[in-house]
Structure formats: structure tokens, C-alpha cells
Design a protein around this ligand. Structure first.
Ligand code: ATR
Length: 294
């Protein structure tokens, strides 16, 4: 039997990562001979570690906190979504040795929303937070014609993100309509920002928590009316979906709540597809993980 293709996830800390288990399940499901391990990145030596890893013949890597921006800087070429996110969660070694960087986080979220039947064109989404997690998902959401409002504690950060992505949407639409004859124009959603008072005056179909607050057991408080018709998605995940934000949403009367375990499986599936050219069945793997977390 030939040697397995080598992959790893790099981060610090990394012991908690579910990626090795997820990719092991993908490998079994698709009958691909892969090895996927967790690697502890060193704050000082991360770039050298990664170069060594690829010099040894490894085919790809996932990158998690705090190295996504450093992996982005290290790569030779980038996907469009990765350039916009300015962060990389997936590296692939090309045949000529160059490193290709992608960001599959947003595609993972999009796939999970599709799985749930929660991705309806032109729906209104409120995203909480304007850090790296938000930046990583805006590109596929805008491509899926979502109407996005960003709310962030530091309003200016949300404004800067919205401006950057608005510019992208406008220039891409123009480019598309120039090269095709308008009928095949790319469609995009739009993106704007809101302060808390403005949030209170609007209604949303979906609220997505992309802040890091849950790690401290906290959540962003919103006016109760914000939850009126909304489904709620938390990019964080927890056993039995008991994240601080989802518990808060339930206390405000929300019945349709989902945590980010499906997004985690989704981003892994898109990385696996990039490396091995086969899209695994996410639902099956998600079921196994949920059982193992019980
Ligand atoms: P990253 O940028 O790597 O995603 P982060 O800098 O820890 O992670 O912040 C993620 C998001 O959580 C940010 O939008 C941050 O808000 P600020 O831009 O105002 O810092 C938000 N966040 C973190 N702690 C918060 C808190 N105590 N209250 C409200 N929002 C918070």
C-alpha cells in the first residue's frame, strides 16, 4: 500500500482540535489514504516549522489561531476569498512546490446554513463582531446574496470592514457586467453597519454571533425585539449546543438555534475537497461528532 498523504492542523493551543478526528472520518468515508495530525505551532518559529513540514512532502495544512495571518503572508498564491479575508485556514502544496492559500471558513458556514435550510437569498442577517471570524465569512455570504448588517462594540472596525467589502461588491459587479452582456451579471448581497439603537429599529431573519465573547462565558446583549423573527447561529460550538450566546437567545424566546459545529465540519470538508478532490458527506460526520461529544 502506498504512503498516506500527509496533512496537519497547526495552532497554539492545538490539543483541543477536532480537525484530526474530522479528517480521519472524511478519509474513511471517501476511502482516501491520508494521515492528519495536530501540530503545536511555535510563536517564534512558525514559518520555519511550516516550511519544514512541506519540505518533508506534506500536501496540505489547516491553520488555526493565532497563525492564520502569518500563513496568509507565507503563501505564494491566494484564492479571492482568502485575499479578502486576509487570513488563511487552508494551505495546499502545488505540484511546483508553491503554497496556495485558501480560506474555507466562510464556505463552511455557507454549507452549514444550506444544510439547515437557512440560506435564503436576500434575507437580512445581523452579524455580531468585526474581527477575524467575521472577515473570514463575508465573501461567500455576499456571493449568496445576503443582506448583511454588522454590529460591533468598536463601531469603526465594522465600518472599515463594510467599506472594504462594499468596494469589492461594486467593483466585481462592474467587472462582471463589462465582460458578460449584463444578463449573466454576478449577483451580490450588500453590507452595512449599525449601532445598537439602529439594530433595535430593524428586524433580522438570522443573527450570527462572530464575537470571541463566548470564550469568556459572555455574550453581546441585544434589544429583545431584535430576536422577534430571527433564527440564531453561533460560530462557537459546545456540547448539546449550550454556548453562552445560544442560551441567551433561548432565554429571549428564540426556538431555532444552532451552534458552529456544522461550520467546523464544513470548513474541513472544503479543505479536504481542495486537497483530495472529493467532497465528503458533512452530515454523517457531524452526527458522529455530536455523539462523541455527549
Ligand atoms: P479576532 O479578531 O481574532 O476574531 P478578537 O480580536 O478577539 O478576535 O475579536 C473578535 C470580536 O469579538 C471583535 O469584534 C470584538 O470586538 P472589538 O472589535 O470591539 O474588540 C468582539 N469582542 C471581544 N470581546 C468583546 C467584549 N467584551 N464585548 C463586545 N465585543 C467583544
Amino acid at each position: 500500500m502506498s504512503q498516506p498523504s500527509q496533512y496537519a492542523v497547526w495552532g497554539n493551543p492545538i490539543a483541543q482540535s477536532k480537525s484530526p478526528r474530522i479528517h480521519q472520518l472524511f478519509g474513511e468515508q471517501t476511502a482516501k489514504n491520508i494521515s492528519y495530525i495536530a501540530k503545536l505551532g511555535d510563536e517564534q518559529q512558525f514559518e520555519q516549522q511550516l516550511q519544514q513540514f512541506f519540505a518533508e512532502g506534506s500536501k496540505g495544512a489547516n491553520i488555526t489561531a493565532p497563525f492564520k495571518e502569518r500563513a496568509f503572508a507565507l503563501a505564494d498564491i491566494h484564492s479571492e476569498g482568502c485575499l479578502l479575508a486576509e487570513a488563511c485556514n487552508t494551505l495546499k502544496r502545488l505540484d511546483d512546490g508553491r503554497l496556495y492559500a485558501d480560506n474555507t471558513d466562510g464556505f463552511g458556514l455557507k454549507s452549514d446554513l444550506e444544510r439547515l435550510g437557512w440560506l435564503i437569498p436576500n434575507q437580512r442577517i445581523l452579524i455580531l463582531g468585526a474581527g477575524g471570524a467575521t472577515k473570514g465569512v463575508l465573501y461567500p455570504l455576499l456571493q449568496a446574496e445576503q443582506q448583511i448588517t454588522l454590529y460591533n462594540r468598536t463601531h469603526q472596525k465594522a465600518v472599515e470592514l463594510a467599506e472594504k467589502f462594499t468596494h469589492y461588491v461594486r467593483s466585481s459587479s462592474r467587472w462582471q457586467s463589462q465582460r458578460s452582456n449584463a444578463s449573466v451579471c454576478a449577483k451580490f448581497g450588500n453590507i452595512q453597519t449599525a449601532c445598537l439603537e439602529e439594530v433595535a429599529q430593524q428586524s433580522f431573519d438570522l443573527i450570527i454571533n462572530a464575537t470571541s465573547l463566548g470564550l469568556q462565558g459572555k455574550y453581546v446583549e441585544l434589544p429583545k425585539s431584535t430576536f422577534n423573527q430571527a433564527k440564531v447561529y453561533d460560530m462557537q460550538y459546545a456540547k448539546e449546543q449550550q454556548t453562552p450566546f445560544l442560551n441567551y437567545a433561548r432565554s429571549q424566546g428564540v426556538t431555532e438555534c444552532q451552534d458552529g459545529l456544522g461550520m467546523l465540519v464544513g470548513q474541513a470538508a472544503h479543505a479536504f475537497n481542495l486537497w483530495e478532490n472529493v467532497m465528503p458527506d458533512m452530515e454523517k460526520v457531524l452526527k458522529v461528532l455530536k455523539n462523541e461529544m455527549k
